[in-house]
Ligand binder design. Structure first.
Ligand SMILES: C[S@@+](CC[C@H](N)C(=O)[O-])C[C@H]1O[C@@H](n2cnc3c(N)ncnc32)[C@H](O)[C@@H]1O
Length: 325
């Protein structure tokens, strides 16, 4: 395990009360926190009931820093370094077959984002890294070695940046002169390519940084695998609670739950219908997502874009009867 640099930043959990209310932890129950971070959700679950929590994080620093919490709640908390997309295998390696609830709080923690040497942010320049796992290809590898069309596609799809082609071209031109090594260098290249933002006050580099982070960590692929794995490991009646921070993630969660609740329409009037309610495995408990209160947003501006969606695993007998309450 790698050495942990002390961070002055503490992650403030977003919508922790709403997530724990959704999961309804009970004495003797077993829950999975797929994104341990600083342990905000984990601690809230363990405080709510005399339950067990198995917590996963792909960041070795988060797992190392969580050992104090594991000791405080011993033997009710187990910490595992790994990806939530692999939760079924990680649980079975622990001898656990199913759980009564799964929480996912997507994206990066404040410890990751605000620590310049993790390379997620352009506010303080650091190495262009962005790897949650601290291994594999970094943002610098992608930016300096990816081809122009691939970069433009990533910046368009994951950053929803209208000027993605212009940004990709500027990156390729800049790296001909010199390898792009820091978040500060990249932010300057992007700002020059995008130009002034008009009424949008966010930094013009924000969308490109989001896109690269999603690509480096394969965040949407992980989300897809994590949702499918959660559906598999949940016991009947168990709840899935997912907090997302941008529209790409929220759409993926919404569509997954809709499809598994049997509410995906056939592609056209003439096409055969897709899986109907008789094949449903989940009940959709939030057709509209839960959003943070004004008070939470005022206290923690990071909560502003959060969306919580909740689903419940059906028993086999319920799905064959249409998945209705
Ligand atoms: C927003 S933070 C979670 C904060 C946490 N709920 C808390 O209250 O402290 C997201 C965490 O999830 C981790 N993470 C992101 N994607 C992951 C994945 N696919 N598998 C495991 N951990 C992941 C990140 O490393 C980060 O520590």
């Amino acid at each position: 395990m790698s050495a942990v640099r002390p961070s002055s930043v503490r992650h403030v959990p977003v919508m922790a009360r709403e997530v724990v209310d959704a999961l309804q932890p009970r004495d003797g129950g077993r829950y999975l926190d797929g994104t341990f971070g600083a342990g905000g959700y984990t601690a809230a679950m363990l405080d709510r009931a005399d339950c067990q929590v198995i917590a996963i994080d792909r960041d070795p620093d988060a797992i190392a820093a969580g050992q104090a919490l594991a000791q405080r709640y011993a033997p009710r908390l187990r910490l595992i370094e790994g990806r939530f997309g692999d939760m079924a295998d990680l649980l079975s390696a622990e001898g656990v077959e199913d759980v009564d609830g799964v929480a996912l709080d997507l994206g990066v923690s404040s410890m990751q984002f605000d620590q310049a040497d993790r390379g997620f942010s352009f506010r303080a320049s650091g190495p262009l890294d962005m790897r949650m796992e601290k291994s594999g290809a970094s943002a610098a590898d992608l930016v300096n070695e990816g081809d122009e069309a691939e970069l433009a596609d990533i910046i368009w799809r994951y950053g929803e940046e209208r000027r993605s082609r212009r940004v990709a071209r500027a990156i390729v031109e800049a790296r001909r002169a010199k390898r792009i090594e820091t978040t500060g260098e990249l932010a300057e290249i992007v700002r020059r390519a995008v130009g002034p933002q008009g009424r949008d006050e966010s930094d013009p580099a924000t969308r490109t940084f989001q896109a690269l982070r999603i690509a480096v960590n394969d965040e949407l692929g992980e989300l897809e695998r994590g949702l499918a794995a959660a559906e598999q490991v949940l016991a009947p009646g168990g709840r899935l609670a997912v907090v997302s921070f941008h529209s790409l993630e929220d759409r993926a969660v919404k569509e997954f739950v809709r499809a598994r609740a049997g509410r995906t329409p056939g592609p056209s009037r003439h096409a055969p219908p897709r899986a109907g309610e008789q094949d449903a495995t989940l009940r959709d408990l939030t057709r509209k997502p839960v959003v943070p209160s004004d008070a939470e947003i005022a206290a923690n501006p990071r909560a502003r874009s959060a969306r919580l969606r909740i689903a419940e695993k059906l028993a086999a007998s319920e799905s064959s009867s249409g998945g209705r309450a």
